[in-house]
Design a binder for this molecule. Structure first.
Ligand code: ARG
Length: 467
């Protein structure tokens, strides 16, 4: 019995009288998902071994053996030849077992002064850190693609909406730059989250630290961490950094989803503001005329699963007493799926932005409906001395008349307009045009093409600074 057991789970078997059932083994194992962290696990082990040798806790020869073994394991994993065993529970035990097969006692010494608890916390942090760096790069690409689109359309006019009702004319460049701002804040958030991810748990061991004379700062610097986690109990147990990452990822998806909603509406034939390149759309198996914006629709849908992961992780943590509990093993799948979803979505969107073609005539026609320049007429009257509330009232009457006549404000004759206010003279027509309306909003943050160009220059300088 004992022999059989120790074959199954060498890491902790000696104390047990009977083997775990196959169901329990499957239930408690994580190897089939946490093997994704293999690279981080090996990286962490090498840094740990380097420190153990430098501190004289293991010999230089042992360290060299560990390095040799790990190099071979990395190659095996890379080549898809590494044999992952459910019996060995997780990525850590699988790699350690193989190491011992390859290099003998040196492999068995690797775990000195370390526990899987601080090991796994280190692996996840390394994994999330890489994910953040990838996401920052993708956000950069997306912001840059949207800025290109904004530049091409700095003068393209479309209706801006509030309550989904035509509000005021805006430029499409300005509209795209709104998303550039959102994704810019997302990048700031990710970069900020990275600071708290980038601290080293290793050295906390199981929960209380270790009796060996370790050098945690040395390991931190080898692994590129900014600092160590300063409390061992906290180091092994909290996953707030993963929650924070998922929250930042949720906000990215929220922004992607808002944009997706607009793309779907704009591509609807009833609106027809844009077209999306065929490679991002699919047809229908029954309706031959269809070209569906599947990518934005799916992105909108996938946003929900990332929100779900955020809620899952928050709930995972809330009832856990200090320090490590096995509950924490459940942090990985939501985290990995969040990374996959955000990375794939951003990659596609950065590419798709270049595949959006704008239809300025349709945008313009829509802006000409719905009295988009009514506010301009009110502002005009204010500039002629009328208090704003009175001006608002005057224009409301004029709009109502236009509604009856089925014409736009700009199509009224001077006499017709003057019937609503004697302050109106023939200079009014300049402010009633779409071009006049957008050009007049010429201040920081406004929609005027001149401001859009300034904003583009500002964003480009920012992007260049980040690259
Ligand atoms: N697979 C575990 C996890 O993902 C590793 C740590 C397990 N530690 C332990 N004492 N059971 O969290």
């Amino acid at each position: 019995m004992t022999a059989q057991l120790s074959k199954k789970s060498e890491a902790w078997s000696a104390r047990f009288n009977e083997p775990v059932s196959d169901l329990v083994k499957r239930y408690t194992a994580s190897v089939f998902f946490d093997k994704r962290m293999a690279k981080a696990d090996i990286q962490g082990s090498l840094a740990h071994a380097e420190m153990l040798a430098a501190q004289g806790i293991i010999s230089a020869a042992d360290r060299a053996e560990i390095e040799r073994g790990m190099a071979q394991i990395s190659a095996e994993i890379e080549a898809g030849q590494f044999e992952w065993l459910l019996d060995l529970e997780d990525v850590h035990l699988n790699i350690e077992k193989r190491l011992t097969e390859l290099v003998g006692d040196a492999g068995k010494r690797l775990h000195t002064g370390r526990s899987r608890n601080d090991q796994v916390a280190t692996d996840i942090r390394l994994y999330v850190r890489t994910a953040i760096d990838d996401i920052l790069e993708l956000l950069h690409a997306l912001r840059s693609a949207l800025t290109d689109l904004a530049e091409k359309n700095a003068d393209t006019i479309l209706p801006g909406f509030t309550h989904m009702q035509v509000a005021q004319p805006i430029t499409f460049g300005h509209h795209m730059l709104a998303y550039v701002e959102m994704f810019g804040r997302d990048a700031e958030r990710m970069a900020d989250c990275r600071k708290r991810v980038n601290r080293l748990p290793l050295g906390a061991a199981a929960l209380a630290g270790t009796t060996f004379p370790i050098d945690r700062m040395r390991v931190a610097s080898t692994l590129g961490f900014d600092d160590v986690c300063h409390n061992s109990l906290d180091a092994v147990s909290d996953r707030d950094f993963a929650i924070e990452f998922t929250a930042a990822a949720s906000l990215i998806m929220m922004h992607v989803s808002r944009m997706s909603e607009e793309l779907v509406i704009w591509m609807s034939p009833r609106v027809g503001f844009i077209d999306i390149a065929d490679r991002f759309c699919t047809g229908s198996s029954i309706m031959p005329q269809k070209k569906n914006p599947d990518v934005p629709e799916l992105a909108r849908g996938k946003t929900g699963r990332v929100y779900g992961h955020l809620m899952g992780l928050l709930t995972l943590m809330k009832g856990q007493p200090l320090a490590y509990n096995k509950d924490n093993q459940e942090d990985k799948e939501p985290l990995f799926d969040t990374v996959d979803t955000v990375v794939d979505t951003l990659r596609i969107f950065a590419d798709m932005a270049g595949g959006i073609s704008v239809k300025p005539e349709a945008m313009r026609a829509a802006a000409l409906q719905g009295y988009a320049t009514a506010t301009d007429l009110a502002d005009y009257l204010v500039k002629k001395g009328l208090p704003f509330r009175d001006a608002h009232e005057v224009v409301a009457h004029a709009v109502r008349a236009c509604d009856g006549l089925k014409i736009d404000l700009a199509e009224m004759s001077l006499e017709q307009l003057q019937a609503y206010s004697p302050l109106i003279s023939d200079d009014v027509f300049a402010v009633l045009t779409l071009e006049g309306s957008v050009a007049a909003r010429d201040h920081v943050g406004g929609t005027a093409p001149a401001q859009v160009r300034k904003a583009i220059a500002r964003v480009r300088a920012q992007l260049a600074g980040e690259a």
